[in-house]
Write a protein that binds this ligand. Sequence first.
Ligand code: HEM
Length: 442
Amino acid sequence: MLPHSIISSVVFDSPGTPFPSAYSQLDYYFYDQSCPRLQMIVKYGVWAAISNETRIAASLLRLHFHDCFVNGCDGSILLDDTNDFKGEKNALPNRNSARGFEVIESIKADVERACPSTVSCADILALAAREAVVLSGGPFWSVPLGRRDGLTASQKAANENLPGPFEPLENITAKFISKGLDIKDVVVLSGAHTIGFAQCFTFKNRLFNFKGSGKPDPRLDSSSLTNLQSMCPNKDASNTNLAPLDSPSPYTFDNSYYTSLVSNSGLLESDQALMGDSTAAALVNSYTYMAYLFNSDFAASMVKMGNVGVLTGKNGQIRKKYQQQQPPPMEVTQQAYTAHTGHGSVGPVIAVLAVITILGVIAGMIGRICSGRRIMGHGQYDFEGWVERKCSSCLDGRVDPPLARPADIPVAEPVKEEEPQETKEEEQEQNKHKSHASTSDS
Ligand code: HEM
């Protein structure tokens, strides 16, 4: 086993390598401008949590794994139940087992204070898992970022997709393959069991009644068996007792987990099953004497796992609270209008047509008034007459009669205008007719 200082100095911190374009959806520099203090905030949050309880490092690492294997790494494991779905927190592999939610909640709150509505919970989970490994003495790797948070969670998918400790290796491998991972990832990522604890009910069958035989698992090393039987007595009451997954060093991220498998001291049946497959067993053996290889492979597999089913770009959302969906914004956008009517440009066209119609009607009314015709007012209200009277001065140059003069003001004798010659002759003609008519009447 390599000394801790050497293991810690194995750094996989070269963006672009060794995990290049295959993960191009995500970006190592995603928050460099928008949230430059992000990694420091997460690091501090994980450090503070581990200072309080050493085991929490293991719990945070597992939380990221359980997030990624259900609907992808989208923070869905953090969501509470809603009217629309049953969340993953209460799925069988998580209930009374998944831990570290309050650590993510607290880190998320700190991140929101520094960079509101910017960083996804899914990215915080990925970074927290990395910090947990580093602070436990494991390798550092750059985490590609830019995941967005899912809008839903699925208890059913969590029950179906997460591997169980009693499942045969073929089933577990098939679940990894369905996520784009492979048998090597199974072996490497199972190495996460170098830290943390398991409840007795997850392996007790191996201690007392293996596969209904009434006897312990014959593959289990005898001194480990005795040890575990004392931790997990054959009573229901012991079901939730804890045993270390890697008893030599449960809080240190090292390669002793693999050494234990080779000596038949693996805790979970699914762990020990790796030795029953030639490909997996060969890898296990190599990791027992090449800790640096385990570290670099673990870093690579974590980046691979962290890329499973990620939401990027405009998919998903950035939650403000770690356990709740962000309600959709209520703004009325052109897009919303288009979606509603199905005719994106109809609004402006209707407005223009309305203005043209109103102007046309006004022009028509003025035209009719000017030409002396009626436009309406067939009833008792003579609107046109009123308009004609009021607007006569502007329409045909007529001027209203002057106001009556008060009686005490003397009126000057009007100057009599010479009547035109034609009018005088007409009058004389009419007078002739009148006198002639009166003589004949009489
Ligand atoms: C390969 C299939 C896997 C199976 C069957 C499996 C199963 C389990 C089980 C049964 C426990 C104990 C849970 C409890 O008692 O509450 C556990 C704990 C743990 N698992 Fe796995 N696991 C697998 C893979 C992984 C992977 C891929 C990771 C991370 C990359 C991981 C990380 C952990 C950690 C760190 C713990 C300890 C958690 C704690 O102490 O809170 N496991 N696992």
